[in-house]
Design a binder for this molecule. Sequence first.
Ligand code: DLL
Length: 444
Amino acid sequence: MCAELWNDTFGKFHPASAPDYLPVPQLRLLQLQRLQAVVLRAYDYVELFRERMGQIGLLPRDLETLGDLRLLPFTVKNDLRDTYPFGLFASPMQEIVRLHASSGTTGRPIVVAYTREDVEVWTSAMVRTFAAAGLHQGDIVQNAYGYGLFTGGLGAHYGAEALGATVIPISGGNADRQIMLMKDFGSTAICCTPSYFIHLIERAGEMGIDMKDLPLRVGVFGAEPWSESMRQYIQANSGVEAFDIYGLSEITGPGVGAECTEHDGLHIFEDHFYPEIIDPETGEVLADGQEGELVLTTLSKKAMPLIRYRTRDITRLYTEVCPCGRTVRRIARIGRRSDDMFIIRGINVFPSQVENALLQMGGTLPHYQIVLTRDKGLDEMEVQVEVTPEIFSDSVSVMESLNERVINVLEQTLNLRVGVRLVAPHTIQRSEGKAKRVIDERKI
Ligand code: DLL
C-alpha cells in the first residue's frame, strides 16, 4: 500500500499525515515535479500527445512552472473515443492490471487503464475520501456502488478495505436486501448514489424500518449531481451525515475530490489531480473563485496519463482556506455540465446514444424525447419516439414487438433498461431552435 499514508509500524492510517495537509509551497513543488514527469511520459509514449505538442512546437522541457500548464493542449472525451480501445495507453499491457469503461458520446465506451501503482494511488485517494468523512477501522461500509466496469464499486471497495474498515460488497440494486443487511450487519456507512439512497430510505419506511434507529452514521454519495436540499432531505430522513464525493473514470474514478466534515466544497486531492477552471467557450484559464469548466491533469498516472482533460463539469475553485486544515484546494459542488450528458442511476447517458440507436432500428422516426422522472427516489427514464405511419396503422402486435425491440436495443446501448412509449407520427412537439430532447422532471 502507498507508503505515503502508512507510517507507523502497525500499518495504521493517520489522517493528519496524509498529503491533504502538506504546506502549500511543498505541495506546489511536488505538483511541478510530477507534472514535468507526467508530461514527459505522455510525450514519450502516447502518439496523440506528442503530435498535439508538436503542432504547437512545445517540448516537455518547456514546462518550467505550474503556470506553464496552460500552454499545453486540452484532451477531450472524444479523444478517448477516437483512440478506442487502447490508443492512449502509456504502459505496455504487461504492466496494466485493470481496465474500466464508461459511456462515450456514441455507442463506443471509453476505456481507462491502471498499472498496479495507479490502483494504489486511486486506493490512497479513496482512503483519504473516507477519512475526510470521519470513517476508520471498525466501521462497517456497505458498498452499494455498482461493481463491474463502472469505477464506483471497486474504487470504494479498495479504499474502504485499505482504510481497515469492514466492507460489504453488496453492489447496487435489490433494495430489500440492502435494507435487511444494513440492519442485520449493523452497517455504519453506506456508499451509493444519492438518488438510490433516497429510494432506500423510502423502501425502508415501507418495510416498517426507520433508518434513524439503525447504526448507519455516514453516507458517501456521488456519481451524479445532487443539491443541498437533497442533502437536507437525506439527513433529516435517515439520520446519516451525507458527504459528497466526486470523480470520473477518465481521471481515476471516485476519489478525485471529497467533502470534509465542514460540508463546504470538495477537497481535490491535488497532489495527484491538478485542477484548473476554464471558460468553456474560449478555453481561457479563469482566476480562482470564478465559475467555469473543471479541467484536470493526472499528475501520477502511469497507464493512461491525461493532460488538461476537459471534464465538462461546471464548478469553481474556492479561494479561502478550509477550517479543517487541509491545504488541498476545494471546488464547489457540481450542479451541471457544459454538455448534454445526464446521469441516471449512476450511468452516464448522452441523448446522441439514444438517437443513434433509434435511427438504426427502422420503424421509428427521428423525433423523440427523453423524459426523466424520479419515483420513490429511483430515477426513471422513458424514451418517447414517433413511429412511421405504416407501423402506426399496423396491428397492435406489430407495435408491441417494436416496443420490445426498442427496449432491448436501448438496453444494449446504454446498459440500462428504460421505459419506451411509441407514439403516433407528429405528436412530439417540434422545436424552432434547438430540439429539447431531455425533459428532466426529477425533483430532490
Ligand atoms: O461517476 C465516478 C464516481 C463513482 C464518482 C462513485 C463518485 C462516486 P463516471 O461514470 O465516469 O465516474 O462519471 C463521471 O459523473 O464527470 C460528473 O459529471 C458526474 N459526477 C460524479 N460525481 C459527482 C458528484 C463516476 N459528486 C461524471 N456531483 C462526472 C456531481 C458528479 N456530479
